[in-house]
Ligand binder design. Structure first.
Ligand code: FNR
Length: 189
């Protein structure tokens, strides 16, 4: 599929070093269509809990500003996250809450792709729909299909290399990135 050069950024919902979702995110640049670059956003781990008083008196935290700047510069955002307790991990929700309070909030009109992976069989599907609901309020342009839900992801990676190796998963992700590139080009016109 031929698309114009685009830059995507990944927003990771897990903080742990050996995160399977980090392995998925790390695999993406190699699978991207020609002309598409994919870079990781800074970790959400140093973002303080959202507090409107902090925002009012101290402003938006530097860690949030940095992520916001990179989102503004990107043609699309790929959210790669586990599911926690059938929903969105608190740290990711907190990051989105901060991002949503920035003037000219950067997810409005932005093409977004959601990828979830978990050790369970349904790959974080329930998180995806909660995340979609949150992103509706932010006017993000979330691609509907194809959806990637990486079930039993621990069987599809090389833990040493820290990347996805299972061929069916790689093929699916490649196809999904191609679809997202075409979608992002269409949406941002
Ligand atoms: C989980 N896990 C999990 N898995 C799932 O499929 N559905 C769920 O609702 C939950 N809930 C949940 C809550 C909490 C607090 C934790 C820590 C974990 C398991 C989860 O899929 C597994 O730990 C993944 O490995 C987490 O993703 P990362 O950190 O490997 O990217």
């Amino acid at each position: 599929m031929s698309v114009k050069p685009l830059k995507f950024v990944t927003l990771l919902g897990s903080l742990r070093k050996a995160s399977y979702n980090a392995m998925v995110a790390r695999t993406l640049p190699k699978l991207a269509p020609e002309g598409i670059t994919i870079e990781a956003l800074p970790s959400i781990g140093s973002i303080p809990l959202y507090d409107a008083d902090v925002q009012q008196h101290e402003g938006i935290p530097a860690a949030v500003e940095e992520i916001v700047k990179k989102i503004r510069e990107a043609d699309g955002v790929i959210i790669v996250t586990p599911e926690y307790n059938y929903s969105v991990p608190g740290g990711l929700k907190n990051a989105i809450d901060w991002i949503s309070r920035v003037p000219e909030q950067p997810l409005a009109g932005k093409p977004v792709l959601i990828q979830t992976s978990s050790m369970g069989p349904i790959g974080g599907a329930r998180c995806q729909y909660h995340l979609r609901q949150i992103l509706v309020f932010l006017d993000a342009m979330v691609m509907n299909k194809p959806e990637f839900m990486g079930g039993v992801i621990q069987t599809k990676v090389d833990e040493q290399a820290g990347e996805v190796i299972e061929q069916g998963t790689l093929d699916f992700l490649t196809g999904q990135l191609g679809a997202f590139a075409a979608y992002a080009e269409r949406v941002s016109k």
